[in-house]
Design a protein around this ligand. Sequence first.
Ligand SMILES: [Zn+2]
Length: 270
Amino acid sequence: MNMSNRVVLVLLLATLAVPCFAAEKLIALTFDDGPRPYVLYGLKQPGAPSGAASGANQGMLDVLDRNGVKATFFYMGWRLTPKTWGETPHETNIGVSCLDAAHDVLRRGHEIENHTYSHADLRIAERKKGEGWVLSDVERGAEAVKSVTGSKPLWLRPPDWDLTDDARQDLEKHGFHILTISSQNPVALRDVNSQDYLCAGKGVGCPKPSLAQSVIKTIEQREKHGVYTHVLAFHELTTTTAQLPELIAALKAKGYRFVTVTEYMKIVKN
Ligand SMILES: [Zn+2]
């Protein structure tokens, strides 16, 4: 077999081979770009009664707690520096630092992983500043997470999944496990991009009829291909929080169990 045929065969096997049939239906809910206290708690202080709040003012952590769901949060390292609360003009300072929020996220049983320190596009950054800068930004992000959790994060999700193959290989050599949307990986190990960011702000391009319905439709399509495990990629957004009760209820009704990324990979990769 010549080289190019072999490459095609390997790609084909990587796409079609199904080493990833887990015995149960699993969802790993993940949220990028935090911590954002005004999203995690809603626009109220933590500990205050939540009342009948619904929709965009509900805190994400209360919604997850109420549904008994443990999620995975991919944090930007710069937010985990003391006294940082977020950034203007799109975020609201509710008097809780990102760092305090991160400790609370951990205390409530969620997982915290690495979304780099700066949130730069790593492909562009590599072109402009070199691969050394990319490695150190990821390393710095990992250290920031470690300062909260006490141990080095296992997983890295590069901003927009954007990374050169060289940087990917070098990061893997340094022990980073990288989440991907690349079709070179089995479907069950690829992130499902919810595109929830399109629903923030004016919501131009937000999936119709709703984000929750669009994600459920995607999952049903994956099920048609025999895939019953899914890593769902969302962001820490109030608009996403508002969709979670409907989404979680629908997935539970389909028989899905919610796990962290580490637990998911342990089951699905083996
Ligand atoms: Zn991001």
